[in-house]
Design a protein around this ligand. Structure first.
Ligand SMILES: Nc1ncnc2c1ncn2[C@@H]1O[C@H](COP(=O)(O)OP(=O)(O)OP(=O)(O)O)[C@@H](O)[C@H]1O
Length: 261
């Protein structure tokens, strides 16, 4: 590929310094994410996928620490930024959706407050009426048609799937270039899973770069362009989805593939 990746992780190390041992949850991971492509990171439970995605946002708490590596977004090494600068990038340039959608939203704020926060960081002078009409537009785009009712709801009043859609809508409002989706469908029923995955493909076709974290090879086969297989904190296989599925190099990938075919 001649194009430059929009997000590039180089030799990332995130370790947990426990009293009795050091857990090398992410141990020298490098990967590239391109605009208009879905890049999947697949691996079993405990392979380090979530710690890796949280590291991009510097959301690692003690006893964990990012102990090495670079995270380049659009030519800027996020590891050199202050917490304040990073906060601006989170949700603005990179949107995120997590496993537990309800817990990703602030439980004491209505959905409209979440959306106002996003739009005001981008568009300080926007009037309330203009903002509300943008909210209706993005909520409709993610399949939430009863916008007025949703805007007045608290996260706990919505289903998991609706909260995931709200998170995607927040990314759209922010005009994020990269979306990191960590097991975005694992807590959802099958119909909602399919709808969210469809939405991710639509966003990719509109030019977003998507990093999809999943343990589900079926989902990878269905929608990823590029795949990284993670095991024990390391990338053990990578390539386009065709390369990895047709010619798995590592025993771990072969065993993962055997488990679904
Ligand atoms: N706060 C923590 N303290 C100590 N070890 C941790 C902590 N958080 C994660 N780990 C360890 O880091 C490793 C990677 O965990 P991670 O949650 O990234 O796995 P995962 O691939 O996302 O798995 P899953 O799909 O089950 O979420 C695991 O061995 C886990 O025990």
């Amino acid at each position: 590929m001649t194009e430059q990746p929009i997000l590039s992780i180089i030799n990332l190390k995130t370790h947990f310094y426990l009293e009795e041992q050091v857990v090398k949850a992410v141990d020298g991971v490098s990967l590239d994410v391109y605009t208009g492509r879905i890049t999947a990171v697949v691996g079993g439970s405990g392979s380090g996928k979530s710690v890796m995605s949280l590291s991009v946002f510097n959301l690692i708490d003690k006893p964990g620490k990012i102990s090495g590596g670079e995270i380049w977004l659009n030519g800027v090494n996020l590891r050199n930024l202050s917490e304040k600068q990073l906060l601006k990038i989170r949700g603005q340039e990179i949107a995120m959706i997590f496993q537990e959608p309800t817990s990703s939203l602030n439980p004491v704020e209505k959905i409209k407050t979440h959306l106002f926060e996003v739009i005001r960081t981008h568009n300080k002078g926007i009037s309330k009426q203009e903002a509300l009409s943008r909210f209706r537009e993005v909520l409709a785009r993610v399949g939430l048609r009863n916008a007025d009712q949703i805007l007045e709801s608290y996260p706990f009043e919505l289903s998991g799937g609706m909260c995931q859609r709200v998170m995607v809508a927040m990314g759209l409002l922010a005009r994020a270039k990269v979306l990191i989706a960590d097991e975005p469908t694992s807590s959802l029923d099958l119909t909602t899973q399919a709808a969210i995955l469809e939405e991710l493909v639509r966003l990719k076709n509109e030019g977003m770069a998507i990093l999809l974290i999943t343990h589900d090879l079926g989902v990878v086969a269905q929608m990823a362009d590029d795949v990284y297989v993670m095991n024990d904190g390391k990338i053990v296989d990578s390539g386009t989805v065709y390369e990895v599925f047709d010619r798995p190099k590592h025993e771990y990938t072969k065993s993962l593939l055997k488990s679904i075919f």
